[in-house]
Structures are given as structure tokens and as C-alpha cells.
Design a protein around this ligand. Structure first.
Ligand code: SF4
Length: 426
């Protein structure tokens, strides 16, 4: 981070360009790919079409050594035409699955576009099946449908579906919310424990944890900026959110930890002792990538919902200039602290009208464009350098030890483009 970056007016009050046109994003089923790795005794049963099955299979790859913990119950034409009782078929499918896989403790019925179109009531199915298979298996449901959603909403919907089932508690607990790779989660827990903060829980837990609880003395911090519904569900249970910049980069991680440390009365010396060495490592690692990023412009198409915190990281810690920061949804309760830190100047846009936004990107000719897979190839063909937004949720990028990797993810396409140019002119 550049400690001397002036804190001028941020972007929290910048008028937002709202667009409601055609969108180019993946659907919420995509989240299953990282959620099934994180929650080791959960199973995700998509109730959908062959298209949904293909999407999952191609995105997740084929597992050879382990039985996958996701599958698609395919709705056939007779289901879609209402000629068969899809609820009965679902019950039979679930009974077969659970008999074969006693390791499953938590089963998610995941809705899709087809199940929504035929109005298959998966909530009712989950309640019925939960009673039938209790106490060994808990059955929950959420929607991963691509109708009016974006791909990170799958995780949000999944975690939100777990909140009503959390036990009640009056204990003072810290709940850390968001699915992180285990190694990153361990780093986060290590930093907080080094400051003397205990009584920490994670949602989602790696294994079904019946002691996971929530109540009026629970405070929670989000590790992902796309958890708007989970945030609302936790507040409904009486928990209090700790708003903070998201833990990307050295500055973001320090600010995120600082908010929690202040809440738990950690003194400055203890905080510095716990963070000094990893902060220094993070700065050094970011500096290596910053050589490529410094002075370059960036344009974000709305996709992962990580755009605002990443723009904060890239503008304040890597010397980039943001032209437009597009996000599918703008939750100021979540991303307000990051907006406060982004120097005023970029267009902040919410939603998408893809043709209009493409026109703006073409006119601006940014050095780097962050977008979905569908837009990347055409833009590359037009000479723009792109970064796939989806890579950012599949790569460990949070907290100090990953800060250099995060910066490098953005530096790599710029270096590649420079090499290609150099090669062409040689
Ligand atoms: S849920 Fe909808 S958008 Fe996603 S794969 Fe299935 S049909 Fe396609």
C-alpha cells in the first residue's frame, strides 16, 4: 500500500449509473464448484436441465479419484409439461442418493431456471426431506438460477439458506462469513488468534457443525463482498455487521483486521505485533507486480461483485487508474468502506446494458479490462487486454500472503500483451 496516498473525497457519494439491459454473466450454479470443495460433508443436488449438468461438469472438470459431491437431477420433458409428479421423483432420487452416500450430512437442493419456470417448490421439498432424513442429514434449498442473478449469488443464496438453522446463542462470538480456501482461512484465524481474539466461528464450516450459532451478541465480518442476502439474514437473527474494506491487499487486510481488533479492544501494540511481518511481506510482493500496473488504466465490467474492493486495491495499492467500476449490484452497507477509499473520478455503474458498456470501453481504450469469459475474446480481438473475472473467485486472493498473487493476476495479461507487441515489432 502507499501509506501516503491522499485520502480525498471517495466514491461513496458518486452518482451511480444504473443500467438494466442485456447482461453477460454466468449463473449461480457456478458457486457449487468452490462450495463443494469447502463443505466436506455437503452434497449439492441441482434440480435442472441437461444444460445445467453440462455447465457444472465442464466448469468443475471430472473427478477421477473421489465421488463428486454434486449432481443434477434432470427434469425431463414430462416433468416440464407437468405430466409427472416431480416432487415424488425428487424424493426417490434423494432416498437413493442418501442410501448410497452415508457421508452426506447436509444436502442442498439447488433450483435452476427450469425448476423456477415450472415453479417446483424446492423449499417445501427441503422441509419434507429434512424431516424424513433427520437427524443424520439436514436438507436445505436455494436457487442458482441464471434468471436475474450473477454467479457469485449462488454462494450468497447457499449461505443465507443456512442462517435460519443456526442455533440461538447469547454468547459474544465472532462469525466470519464467506467460503475461503482452507489455507487462507487458517491464515485469517491465525492472525486473529495472535491478537487474542477467540470464540471465532466460520460460515460455512468445513464440516457440518451443529454448534454454529447466532444471536444478539454475535458480531460478524464478511470476507466476500457478494453476501448481501446472507448479511440481511444474519441481521434478522440479531447479529451485528462490522463494516470494513474487504481483505484484499495489504491495506484492505489491515483495515479489515483493524475493525475487528477495535471491536474486541485489541491495543495498538498487540495489533502491530501480529501484523507487522505479514504486512511487510505483502508490501514487498505487491511492489513486484506494481512495476507493471503503475500508471495503467482499468475498466471493470460487472461480473463477480468483487469489482469495488478490487478497484480500491488496484488504485490505492498498485497505482492504477479506474475508468469505470461496474458491479452487478451495489450494496453500500457492504462495499461503502471500499468506496470511501477509492479516489473520486471513475464512473460507478450498477447492472448492465452490455452494448452501451462495450461502447464506453471501446471509447476509453483501457490498458486492462476485467470482464466475463463471453466478452473477453471479442475484446482481445479488438486489441484490448482482458482479465477474466471468474479467475478471481477460483484463486486464493485474500489476506496478506496472497496479496502479491492478487496483484500478479492483473499484471500477467499486461505483461503478455507487451511481449506479444514486442514480438510483433521485432
Ligand atoms: S440454471 Fe439456468 S443459466 Fe444456469 S445452467 Fe441451468 S439453465 Fe443455464
Amino acid at each position: 500500500m502507499n501509506d501516503h496516498a491522499p485520502l480525498g473525497p471517495g466514491c461513496r457519494d458518486t452518482p451511480v449509473l444504473k443500467e438494466r439491459g442485456q447482461r453477460e454473466v454466468f449463473c449461480g450454479l457456478t458457486g457449487i464448484i468452490w462450495l463443494h470443495r469447502k463443505m466436506q460433508d455437503a452434497f449439492f443436488l441441482v434440480v435442472g436441465s441437461r444444460t445445467c449438468a453440462h455447465l457444472l461438469q465442464s466448469a468443475a472438470g471430472v473427478m477421477i479419484f473421489a465421488e463428486p459431491r454434486f449432481a443434477t437431477a434432470i427434469l425431463e420433458e414430462k416433468d416440464l409439461a407437468g405430466l409427472a409428479d416431480a416432487q415424488d421423483e425428487l424424493d426417490r432420487e434423494v432416498a437413493r442418493l442418501l442410501a448410497r452416500r452415508p457421508d452426506i450430512r447436509q444436502l442442498f437442493l439447488v433450483g435452476s431456471c427450469p425448476s423456477e419456470v415450472i415453479k417446483l417448490d424446492l423449499h417445501r421439498a427441503a422441509e419434507r426431506l429434512s424431516i424424513k432424513h433427520a437427524p443424520h442429514v439436514r436438507v436445505l434449498n436455494y436457487s442458482g438460477s441464471g434468471i436475474e442473478t450473477t454467479f457469485t449469488q449462488g454462494e450468497d443464496a447457499c449461505l443465507a439458506s443456512m442462517v435460519p438453522g443456526l442455533r440461538d446463542t447469547d454468547s459474544r462470538e465472532l462469525l466470519l462469513v464467506g467460503a475461503l480456501p482452507d489455507v487462507v482461512e487458517d491464515q485469517m484465524l491465525g492472525l486473529l488468534r495472535d491478537m487474542g481474539i477467540d470464540n471465532i466461528r466460520c460460515l460455512p464450516a468445513r464440516r457440518t457443525d451443529d454448534t454454529l450459532a447466532c444471536g444478539p451478541n454475535t458480531v460478524f465480518a464478511l470476507t466476500q463482498p457478494f453476501l448481501g442476502d446472507t448479511h440481511a439474514a444474519l441481521e434478522r437473527r440479531g447479529a451485528r455487521h462490522l463494516p470494513a474494506p474487504f481483505p484484499f491487499g495489504e491495506e484492505g487486510t489491515t483495515a479489515w483486521l483493524r475493525v475487528i481488533a477495535d471491536e474486541f479492544g485489541v491495543d495498538r501494540a498487540t495489533f502491530d505485533r501480529a501484523t507487522q511481518a505479514p504486512r511487510a511481506r505483502a508490501r514487498k510482493a505487491i511492489a513486484a507486480a506494481t512495476e507493471t500496473l503503475n500508471g495503467k488504466s482499468i475498466f471493470f465490467f460487472p461480473d463477480s461483485q468483487l469489482e469495488i474492493p478490487l478497484a480500491r486495491f488496484l488504485t490505492r495499492e498498485c497505482g492504477m487508474t479506474a475508468i469505470e467500476i461496474g458491479t452487478p449490484f451495489l450494496h453500500k452497507a457492504l462495499t461503502g468502506p471500499d468506496l470511501d477509499l477509492i479516489p473520486a473520478g471513475p464512473t460507478i455503474s450498477e447492472g448492465q446494458d452490455v452494448d452501451l458498456q462495450l461502447d464506453r470501453a471501446r471509447a476509453a481504450r483501457p490498458d486492462l479490462t476485467v470482464c466475463g469469459l463471453g466478452l473477453a475474446n471479442p475484446l482481445e480481438a479488438e486489441g484490448l487486454t482482458t482479465k477474466w473475472a471468474i479467475e478471481l473467485v477460483f484463486t486464493p486472493v485474500h489476506f496478506y500472503e496472497q496479496a502479491g498473487d492478487l496483484a500478479a493476476l492483473f499484471a500477467r495479461p499486461l505483461r503478455r500483451r507487451a511481449l506479444l507487441k514486442h514480438g510483433a515489432s521485432a
